[in-house]
Design a protein around this ligand. Sequence first.
Ligand code: HEC
Length: 156
Amino acid sequence: MNKKWLILPGLALVAQAFQPDRSVQANDPEHDLITVTAPAAEVQDLLRNACYDCHSDRTTYPWYSYITPVNFWMQHHIDEGRAEFDMSSWGRRRDKWQRHKAKESVEMLEEGKMPLPSYTWVHPQARLSDAERNALMGFFKGLMPAGESEEGKEER
Ligand code: HEC
C-alpha cells in the first residue's frame, strides 16, 4: 500500500494532542446567578440547559468537545460568552452591570439570538419553545427595577 495514505489519518491523530485551555476563573459559588436570585425550578433548568454552558463556570463538555478542531471552536464560544456575561459572577457585580446584562438578555431572547443557533443545533434540549422563551424573558425582566425595561433608562 502506498504510505502516502497514512499521512492524513496520522496528522489527524497527532492533532488530537492539541487541546484548548479549559481552565475557568473560579467564582465564589455564592455569587452564581441561580444561587443569588433563586428563580422557579423551571427557570433554573432553562438557564442551565440553554445558557450555562457558555455563560458560567459550570460548562458541561460533551465527548465531541475533545475532538480537534471542534474543541477550539467550542472553547472560543465559551470564552467569549463568559467574557461577555459570566452568570456565575452575578453576585459580585455592580447594580448597573446587572441591569445592563438583564436587559441585554431580554433583547437577545426576544430576537432569538441566544442561545446561539449553532448550539441549539447540537443541543436539542436548549431549543426554547415560545413559553420557555417567555419564562426566561420574564425572569430577566424581573431583575430590572420597574421601568428599566424601557429604552434610555439604563443610567441612573
Ligand atoms: C454556545 C454558547 C452560548 C450559549 C448557549 C448562549 N450564549 Fe449568550 N453569548 C455567547 C457568545 C459567544 C456571545 C458574544 C458574541 C455575541 O454577542 O454573539 C454571547 C453574548 C450574550 C449576551 C451579550 C452580552 C453583552 O453585554 O453584550 C447576552 C446578554 C447573552 N449572550 C445572553 C445569553 C442567554 C440569556 C443565554 C441563554 C438563553 C445565552 N446567552 C446562551 C455564547 C452563548
